[in-house]
Write a protein that binds this ligand. Structure first.
Ligand SMILES: [Zn+2]
Length: 328
């Protein structure tokens, strides 16, 4: 059950058809997910649990046309996209994409693309996730004056969540090695071992294409490309494609920029590097719908999350008329 009444469903479809005409003036929505949790996690309130994700997928299957990403972009550009077209994507390569999301997608025969940073497969953990785990387990007062972040009061989950997000925001744009070392130092101080089951195994990634899921590349180690020396950035892009092709035995033709904000997280040189590496398309995190005029190497994406199904659907429909920005 999608959670929409027949009347609400009718309104969403009518609105969607009105705002996303088929053919030459069509627009395409690409949804971005990260994790799908087996059960709700108060430290990760933006991530749907299995039940919420299943409701969202029912809503998509019943009211929208869900296409594989590459087909969606190809048909957008050739003027043959149906009205109310949507693509589903996941970033980073979390294990629960395989264990939780995949069965829900398969049951509804919905296609999706999972963008994987292969350096973290088989037991790795990204710096931001380590910070969240550290803040989850930290004592009630966490002294981070050594990092210029003062003393943080972590009385409840809200404070822990806010502190984790604040530290991630403060460290995100540091050199990759430094932010990793800081996160490891923080985890060690609060006695947290980096989780080893957060990301997919190579075997799980290899099985995805056989289950109707496209594997896309997301760089090797998820650096902010705009803060990475040019040669290193090119290697990150190219090597992630090679590594994932080795794992899956299939061509990897889609790419997602880490963090994904045009101009801030990636620049024109990275768009060119992605095209030169042999990819067919790339996605950003600029909010909006793609049109036939959108650069296929800077396809925007949206995260219309709302627990209330009608609001979720209405945010999606509204996004059809929102135009994204991109690197010139
Ligand atoms: Zn990512």
């Amino acid at each position: 059950m999608s959670g929409l009444s027949t009347l609400e469903s009718g309104l969403i479809r009518a609105g969607g058809t009105l705002l996303s005409r088929r053919g030459a003036h069509a627009s395409l929505l690409v949804l971005i997910y990260h994790r799908v949790l087996p059960v709700p996690d108060p430290m990760l309130p933006a991530e749907p649990d299995a039940a919420a994700f299943a409701r969202q997928m029912d809503l998509l299957a019943q009211n929208f046309v869900v296409l594989p990403l590459r087909e969606g972009v190809t048909r957008l550009r050739s003027g043959t996209l149906p009205a109310r077209s949507v693509c589903i994507t996941f970033d980073d390569g979390y294990a629960n994409n395989f264990t939780v999301a995949l069965p829900i997608l398969r049951k509804r025969a919905l296609p999706a693309t999972v963008f994987v940073a292969p350096a973290y497969l088989d037991g790795g953990c990204m710096f931001n996730d380590l910070i969240f785990e550290a803040c989850r387990a930290a004592p009630e007062v966490l002294d981070l004056t050594g990092f210029g972040l003062g003393r943080l009061a972590l009385a409840g989950t809200t404070e822990r969540l806010r502190a984790a997000q604040h530290i991630v925001d403060q460290w995100k744009y540091l050199p990759r090695e430094e932010r990793r070392q800081r996160a490891e130092h923080l985890a060690e101080r609060v006695g947290v071992a980096p989780p080893t089951d957060l990301m997919m195994t190579g075997d799980q990634v290899a099985r995805m294409p056989r289950e109707g899921i496209e594997i896309g590349a997301h760089t090797m180690t998820h650096p902010i490309l705009a803060r990475t020396p040019e040669g290193e950035a090119r290697d990150e892009i190219l090597e992630s494609r090679r590594r994932l092709e080795d794992i899956t035995g299939a061509s990897v033709l889609s790419f997602a920029y880490p963090n994904g904000k045009p101009g801030r997280d990636y620049a024109r040189e990275h768009v060119n590097a992605v095209r030169d590496a042999g990819f067919e398309l790339a996605v950003s995190t600029s909010w909006g719908a793609a049109t036939a005029q959108t650069d296929p190497f800077q396809i925007p994406r949206i995260a219309p999350w709302d627990r209330q199904p009608l609001r979720y659907a209405a945010r999606m429909v509204n996004a059809y008329r929102e135009r994204s920005f991109a690197c010139a």
